[in-house]
Design a protein around this ligand. Structure first.
Ligand SMILES: [Zn+2]
Length: 102
């Protein structure tokens, strides 16, 4: 990816959004695994933390699926027959075929 691409700032924003989504997803998974591992002992702490992490994760997933393509303005992650999971990179816009990094 070129540092001098036209939509460089937009691609950086998308990468940051995906990193947030992955972080919240992993933290949620960790909290749920900890809950399974420790049993009900720490549920007074782990349940609220899991609920907050779930909300953060879902809202970042929603922001990724609504993230507008820098060229056509339509949702970048949608438009294909099957949208990839938000945790994975998508190479092209499903509407105008704009490649990431251009
Ligand atoms: Zn587009």
């Amino acid at each position: 990816m070129s540092e001098y691409s036209i939509f460089g700032e937009d691609w950086r924003a998308l990468r940051k959004l995906r990193a947030e989504c992955n972080l919240f997803g992993l933290l949620l998974l960790g909290a749920l695994m900890l809950y399974v591992w420790t049993g009900p002992r720490f549920e007074i702490v782990l349940i609220p933390i899991s609920m907050i992490l779930f909300w953060l994760w879902i809202s970042s997933v929603r922001r990724i699926y609504e993230w507008p393509c820098p060229r056509c303005g339509r949702p970048f992650y949608k438009g294909d027959l099957v949208s990839p999971p938000p945790h994975f990179p998508k190479k092209r816009c499903g509407h105008c075929d704009l490649a990431v990094g251009t």
